[in-house]
Design a protein around this ligand. Sequence first.
Ligand code: NAI
Length: 261
Amino acid sequence: MYEDLQGKVAVVTGASSGLGKAIAVRFGQEKMNVIVNYLNNPDEAEEVVTAIKHAGGDAAAVQGDVSKEADVAGLIEAAHDRFGTLDVMMNNAGIQKEIESHTMSLADYEKVISVNLSGTFLGSTKAIAYMLEHGIKGCVINMSSVHEVIPWPHFVHYASSKGGIKMLTQTLALEYAAKGIRVNNIGPGAINTPINAEKFADEEAKQEVLSMIPMKEIGEPEQVASIAAFLASEQAGYVTGTTLFVDGGMKLYPSFRAGKG
Ligand code: NAI
């Protein structure tokens, strides 16, 4: 637990499931006030709100599409109206869909870019504008992926969006460091969430993923949420412009593990 987080205000996008849900609940355990953004599942969002209140924080569910500018502005306004400020912007919402690149339409490509990359741009820049206007030394945390550095066939839109988030984060971190606003990424590997449910239900596909993880385990959402809490806290007060990978070693070229090259 990080005492300095108590009473701080966060927006978490895509917070009705998976990593966003785990992060929102962890923020609740830190006794933070959380805007629980959801796209189209209000019941699940309300369950997250209840869990946060149960843990000692406060929360409100707010619908919004992160690829729409007015909706993202609405999330910041909701934090201000409901809790009086904004300290932590957690841009978590993201989508993926397997398509061979040579058959991928521009619409398929732009859909993923608009949610993952443009949504992160909107959340980051609108949060920073609010923090500057109100003199807040806050932080932005963006949900990247190991695919900000690992190429991923059939997911060129996704890998491009996460590679873009890497440079978006570094640029904003540099631009606003002197204002006391920190901007960082979390880079998960393979985590047990709905985005992977179909793949992990297939034992062969799951074993294939495990073979790419030196620690031989699929990660749990709480292991990512603890990194979000750390990055939001003063314990990470000198950390900006970096990606903290949470991947069981996935980026370590596991095929080299036998020492043959
Ligand atoms: P998920 O599918 O449970 O979560 C994604 C959430 O984003 C959902 O709640 C969905 O409703 C929401 N969302 C989708 N489009 C949206 C939009 N336009 N506006 C607002 N919300 C929207 O899957 P998961 O795993 O929790 O994904 C969360 C983030 O973590 C994504 O950015 C994903 O790329 C990233 N990630 C996940 C990994 C994993 O292994 N689970 C690995 C690396 C990154």
